[in-house]
Design a protein. Structure first.
Length: 293
């Protein structure tokens, strides 16, 4: 399997949270154009139409043959269409942990079925869209999925964030909080990845070295179900994809048994995600069947 080598990427999730790369050639985009947008008329409604609710259902087993099932909801972003496949981006933890520790007993993930649904209240299973797992990285908390179904995509220009995020910039989180309904949450950039400390984490399986600088801190409200949802920033009156939400910070200032959403969320920057996703899509045959665990 081809490896991603020395990618400067985002990394380790902060604690207490809820829930020289090979030069890349341009990946031609042949979007289905189920909706025709121009850069000038992208609206929050357009962002919602390119964001999808996911349901993941997993089966785990231990060495003794004991099994249990788990599942959950999350959000995803329609990234691009290549060679007849629609590719989506989400968090790896939305797909499902590779293993679970239950009362000291380790259960490994044997099977996962992940699909697009309308919401947790979806009673019509006929329009669910099954998804194929292309890439997963636990260390990056990143997953790439695909389907042959037609999805809604944003123009390529709105995926190209030309400048870094800045303190106080206006951002929007799109997703399905609690798996209930599509929503948009407004906030600001609290810290654009300029931390007083530096560390790296290595995803040895995929050959990726990851510093923490691509983790952005946002002052906005995120909830379970928002994970994997896209973040957009407003620059010069235009909306640009800035990353995906991966976690929110919880505090216990009220005592050891008190847990409350701090209002701070963590996002992985879109530039890093785009570099990884474009590479994986370009070399998709090297990943299908190998990065699924």
């Amino acid at each position: 399997m081809k490896k991603l080598v020395n990618i400067i990427a985002a990394a380790t999730l902060l604690s207490a949270t809820g829930s020289a790369c090979v030069p890349m050639q341009f990946v031609s985009v042949d979007n289905y154009n189920t909706k025709q947008y121009s850069e000038e008329n992208i609206t929050l409604e357009n962002l919602i139409s390119s964001t999808y609710c996911l349901l993941s259902e997993r089966e785990y087993s231990d060495n003794a043959g004991n099994t249990f099932n788990a599942g959950g909801y999350g959000s995803s972003f329609a990234f691009r269409q290549v060679d007849g496949y629609s590719y989506l981006i989400t968090n790896q933890h939305v797909v499902g942990e590779f293993e679970q520790n239950v009362n000291g007993n380790i259960y490994n993930r044997d099977q996962v079925n992940i699909k697009i649904i309308d919401s947790k209240f979806d009673n019509n299973k006929d329009d669910d869209i099954p998804l194929e797992i292309v890439f997963e990285s636990k260390e990056l908390d990143l997953a790439i999925l695909r389907t042959e179904e037609k999805l809604n995509f944003l123009p390529e220009k709105n995926l190209q964030l030309s400048s870094n995020l800045k303190y106080g910039e206006e951002v929007y989180l799109v997703g399905f909080p609690l798996g209930m309904f599509p929503s948009v949450t407004e906030g600001i950039v609290a810290n654009p990845g300029l931390y007083p400390f530096h560390y790296e984490f290595e995803d040895k399986l995929n050959g990726i070295t990851v510093p923490n600088s691509s983790r952005k801190v946002l002052d906005l409200s995120a909830n379970p179900g928002n994970s994997g949802g896209p973040l957009f920033v407003k620059k010069d009156g235009q909306l640009y994809w800035a990353g995906i939400i991966s976690a929110y910070l919880i505090h216990n200032a009220g005592g050891p048994f008190y847990r409350e959403n701090s209002g701070l969320a963590i996002a992985m920057g879109s530039k890093t995600i785009k570099s990884i996703a474009d590479y994986v899509i370009m070399n998709v045959d090297d990943y299908i069947g190998e990065c699924k665990m």
